[in-house]
Design a protein around this ligand. Structure first.
Ligand SMILES: O=c1ccn([C@@H]2O[C@H](COP(=O)(O)OP(=O)(O)O[C@H]3O[C@H](CO)[C@@H](O)[C@H](O)[C@H]3O)[C@@H](O)[C@H]2O)c(=O)[nH]1
Ligand SMILES: O=C(O)[C@H](O)COP(=O)(O)O
Length: 250
């Protein structure tokens, strides 16, 4: 006799997405975006690849379209969080059946295919969101751990869970998990916001090692300014969530 599944479990399985939409936020990525799209398109279950050109001043849109992606363009730069939001809204407008959302960065090139490992736990219902854990990168980065530390401690304080790589942007999630984090935190706060919001809803996260390679942030002035923006956005995402938690307390 077939084992009897609890009703809640049956209901959940029937809601699981079977297809996957890849969403790639991209700012000035003309050099790398074509290889990233080509690799992402080969992941099992992927039937839509959306690139959100976040106000690039290079040929990102043209290159992405030629590589076979659907392209949405922000006329002016709005930051990574907004770009992800625009991409997910595009998917919602164009899907006839629910898709899992696979967010990946534009600079992964061929290694983007490895993000396929993020899909199975979400499609099977084992996790509501998966997060890629990256190996040590070929070239050394120039960070001192300030942003990563702020993000890690903030997530831990808010949820009790300590992420391995709190800023990792390669994530696969169900639409309900995505909705749990609405509106997405702005800019570089988006990953921290997603993690806290999904866990606070009682949903589950699984970390998945993926052999990904990307452009690392170095030690120059623009790299340090980039870290400063990351710090500001992560701080804001945490502050908003601290206030929300305080307001919910009786
Ligand atoms: O205004 C922007 C800036 C960047 N991007 C895109 O966002 C992605 C990540 O940007 P990147 O310059 O690679 O940032 P990193 O500092 O290398 O990113 C690390 O840290 C970020 C959080 O701070 C995460 O989003 C990334 O996944 C993680 O690799 C790339 O596809 C960019 O093209 C935008 O869409 N809009
Ligand atoms: O280089 C990095 O990993 C990010 O920009 C974060 O910088 P951090 O090392 O200062 O946390």
């Amino acid at each position: 006799m077939a084992p009897t599944l609890p009703a809640a479990r049956l209901h959940r399985v029937s809601e699981q997405p079977t297809s996957v939409a890849v969403v790639i936020p991209a700012k000035d990525e003309a050099q790398r975006i074509a290889a990233t799209i080509a690799a992402a398109a080969t992941i099992a279950g992927v039937d839509l690849v959306v690139v959100v050109d976040d106000g690039s001043s290079d040929e990102t849109s043209t290159v992405a379209r030629e590589a076979g992606a659907e392209v949405v363009r922000h006329d002016r730069n709005q930051g990574k969080g907004k770009a992800m939001q625009t991409g997910a809204a595009y998917v919602a407008r164009h899907e006839s059946t629910p898709h899992a959302l696979l967010f990946i960065d534009a600079d992964l090139e061929g290694s983007a295919v490895e993000t396929g490992a993020l899909v199975a736990p979400v499609v099977s219902g084992a996790a509501d969101m998966t997060i890629a854990v990256l190996p040590k990168q070929k070239s050394a980065g120039g960070g001192r751990g300030f942003v990563v530390g702020l993000a890690s401690r903030g997530i831990e304080r808010a949820t009790g869970w300590t992420p391995t790589q709190p800023l990792s942007g390669m994530r696969c999630l169900t639409r309900p998990a995505y909705e749990a984090a609405q509106p997405l935190a702005a800019g570089w706060g988006v990953e921290v916001g997603l993690t806290i919001d999904v866990l606070r809803r009682g949903m589950t996260i699984e970390e998945v090692p993926c052999e990904l390679h990307h452009r690392v942030t170095g030690t120059g002035l623009s790299d340090q300014l980039h870290r400063l923006s990351q710090y500001r956005d992560v701080w804001r995402a945490l502050a908003v969530r601290r206030v929300r938690a305080a307001l919910r307390r009786p």
